[in-house]
Design a protein around this ligand. Structure first.
Ligand code: GAL
Length: 673
């Protein structure tokens, strides 16, 4: 891939006539668009009948984009099989947990475990790769779109049994292991033959949580297998071309992103803002940090965002002027090497005709297009940042198994959710100005002075080992409520929670005590916990704060334990932001972790990207309503102005400073072409 930042979006010229194509060419030039994602939903035009392909129109699109200097991200169209496919292969349509078979008429109507679907997907991917492998516009293969459809049909059941027999073993021995792992002695669920084992379809009451967890693991793997097959087809014809797929953030639960991050040449994510307020900025950081971490710290691609709209639940809100720029720099600050949108030109018809676009229905004489064109110029000016990485000081454990397992047992408290707890922990670090990576529970954590493991509901033996070694070796760990309640099988840990981490934390939890809706429990330090509380028994830990009222009055709420060369905190209730900030502040100070810009006022976000030869760029985003002064020295790239010690950032404004070294010497010349 070339070093410049990618700017552009999904381009669907098949929805337009030739006159519009010519207008698009000119507008793309005007907006400095350098990248277009093509073909995402084009299957029915590319293969109008089974086995008959029509590539002529796509040839024209790629040639035209190439002439205009626009690189192409070429998608395989397998997220939306054509109507002929449904009629030819009705068994390959997805079936919901309650047995309803879905039909075409929307998109994502496929079962990834259905042999006919897999064969058709391989075929179209292979044909596309054969035809375009050497096209000069081609920069990246974009397999599928947001893998996500889950299915409970008979094909899925067969594939699930295969997956289970690989996990537990074949034949009777495997079945015995499965019965043990799923705890089938409960509620008469013992399986006496493999054919009896099914996906967790709609059932009378609560499903078996171990079965549900395994199904989630299986389905992520099944989708990944479908992705790999397409990737292999592509590589047969185009061995060197990078391949990715776009993952929807932040609350898509279907994929184990760690596994997917390893399989893609570059991580690509889609993110649509859902909050107009400060939560929106933090959410961008949350998504950016996750995307970067899944790729092992490599720069990643923001494949889709919305230009001017915020999808706030039951309504769409407009972003205020300037917000698109600030949001985009939020992604770039955290390691994105692209600013791509869904989509270039608003669709004239269809279910998303009022979705945001770079060229809105109003046309180019619009606020949105003017901001897009201004952004294109900014992206060009920031081109030297491409490829630079981000150094984080803190890690937050991201554990899909904990998410899936907690969702399988929601009856403990409807207010407790894994994603919410992880978000809260990340947000506290954001407010502290500390840049955060996400980490696996069983990863080597020594690189991070501070690690947060919020609501790590499921702990594995490897995870317990890694967290223990981390603290013993001098790490600072903050663990919180409902951690270690189950093991890798989704069985309750016996002998108190957090299972296996008793020595490290110097405590154990005897009883969990969820709080009533909207209730709060006062703590001895003046804060009030919500959602959850626990009866904590201390061993070697010191009590930092206790419950001050209710059935747990006088019992520890927050503890701190010196273990080996490190420290482990435990927080047994949900803290309000101010109390969490105090706690994270103390833990960070103990770990020697500080903000990127010391003393930065609330709402000022600062992140540094690191390039070759020690070059650095300081991204500053002022989300606050007042101007901020930030110590900096170098060249501000948006304006081209020198910064001689103090950078003033107006309310809502952004700046990127190519920094000079502390001794005042000028930055080195660009090392890359
Ligand atoms: C994404 C998807 C796009 C478009 C967009 C806007 O999830 O990849 O195709 O639908 O959302 O809703």
């Amino acid at each position: 891939m070339t070093a410049r930042l990618w700017f552009g979006g999904d381009y669907n010229p098949e929805q337009w006539d030739a006159a519009t194509w010519a207008a698009d060419d000119a507008l793309m030039r005007e907006a400095r668009v350098n990248t277009a994602t093509v073909g995402v939903f084009s299957w029915s035009l590319l293969e109008p009948e089974e086995g008959r392909f029509e590539f002529g129109w796509l040839d024209d699109v790629l040639d035209r984009l190439h002439r205009g200097g626009v690189r192409v991200v070429l998608a395989t169209p397998t997220a939306s099989p054509p109507p002929w496919f449904t009629l030819a292969h009705p068994d390959a349509m997805p079936v919901t947990a309650d047995g309803t078979r879905l039909w075409h008429g929307s998109r994502d109507t496929y079962c990834a475990a259905a042999p006919a679907y897999r064969a058709a997907a391989r075929r179209i991917a292979g044909e596309l790769a054969r035809r375009y492998a050497r096209h000069p516009a081609l920069a990246l293969w974009h397999v599928h779109n947001e893998y996500g459809t889950v299915c409970w049909c008979d094909h899925a059941a067969r594939a699930f049994r295969d997956w289970l027999s690989r996990r537990y073993g074949r034949g009777q021995a495997g079945l015995d292991a499965l019965n043990e792992s799923w705890g089938t002695a409960f509620w008469s669920q013992h399986y006496s033959a493999w054919e009896q084992v099914l996906p967790p379809r709609a059932t009378q009451w609560r499903p078996n949580p171990s079965q549900v967890l395994d199904y989630r693991r299986f389905w992520s793997d099944e989708l990944l297998a479908a992705f790999r097959e397409q990737r292999e087809q592509i590589r047969r014809h185009a061995p060197a071309a990078p391949v990715t797929t776009n993952v929807m953030l932040p609350d898509y639960q279907v994929l184990d992103a760690w596994a997917w991050g390893r399989e893609t040449d570059v991580v690509a994510v889609d993110h649509y803002l859902s909050s107009p307020g400060p939560e929106g900025h933090v959410d961008i950081a949350f998504c950016g940090d996750r995307a970067r971490s899944w790729g092992g710290g490599r720069p990643w691609l923001l494949m889709e965002q919305a230009t001017n709209l915020i999808y706030a639940g039951d309504r769409i809100l407009a972003k205020e002027p300037g917000r698109m720029l600030r949001d985009t720099l939020g992604y770039l600050a955290r390691g994105a090497d692209s600013a791509l949108f869904f989509q270039w030109r608003a669709s004239p018809a269809g279910a998303e005709m009022f979705h945001a676009a770079m060229v809105p229905h109003a046309g180019p004489d619009s606020r949105v297009f003017r901001e897009v064109a201004d952004l294109g110029l900014v992206i060009e000016r920031l081109g030297e940042v491409a490829g630079a990485t981000v150094a984080a000081q803190a890690g937050v454990v991201w554990d899909p198994d904990s998410w899936w397992a907690m969702e399988s047992q929601r009856f403990t408290s409807a207010d407790l959710g894994y994603l919410g707890e992880v978000r809260d922990a990340h947000a506290a670090l954001w407010r502290a100005g500390v840049v955060t990576d996400f980490v696996r529970q069983d990863a080597g954590l020594a690189a991070y002075p501070l690690v947060l493991a919020p609501a790590l509901y499921l702990t594995t033996d490897a995870g317990i080992g890694a967290l223990t070694r981390y603290v013993a070796g001098g790490g600072h760990l903050v663990m919180s409520l409902a951690s270690g309640m189950v093991d890798a099988r989704n069985h309750a840990h016996r002998g108190g929670t957090p299972g296996g981490l008793r020595d490290v934390l110097g405590i154990w939890v005897e009883e969990f005590c969820p709080l009533p809706r909207d209730a709060a429990v006062a703590l001895s330090d003046g804060a009030a916990g919500t959602v959850w509380s626990e009866r904590v028994r201390t061993g070697t830990a010191e009590v930092v704060a206790s419950y001050a009222e209710g059935p747990l009055a006088g019992q520890p709420a927050i503890t701190r334990n010196a273990y080996g060369d490190g420290v482990a905190w435990y927080v047994s209730t949900r803290l309000p932001a101010a109390a969490q900030d105090r706690l994270i502040g103390d833990a960070a100070a103990g770990a020697g972790v500080g903000p990127v810009v010391p003393g930065a006022p609330p709402g000022l976000e600062a992140v540094r990207r690191h390039g070759e030869n020690g070059r650095t760029w300081l991204f500053v985003l002022n989300h606050a309503g007042t101007a901020s002064l930030v110590p900096a020295r170098g060249t501000e790239l948006l304006s081209g102005r020198r910064v001689n010690g103090v950078l003033e950032v107006a309310p809502g404004a952004v700046a990127v400073v190519r920094e000079e070294r502390a001794d005042g010497s000028r930055e080195e010349r660009a090392a890359r072409p």
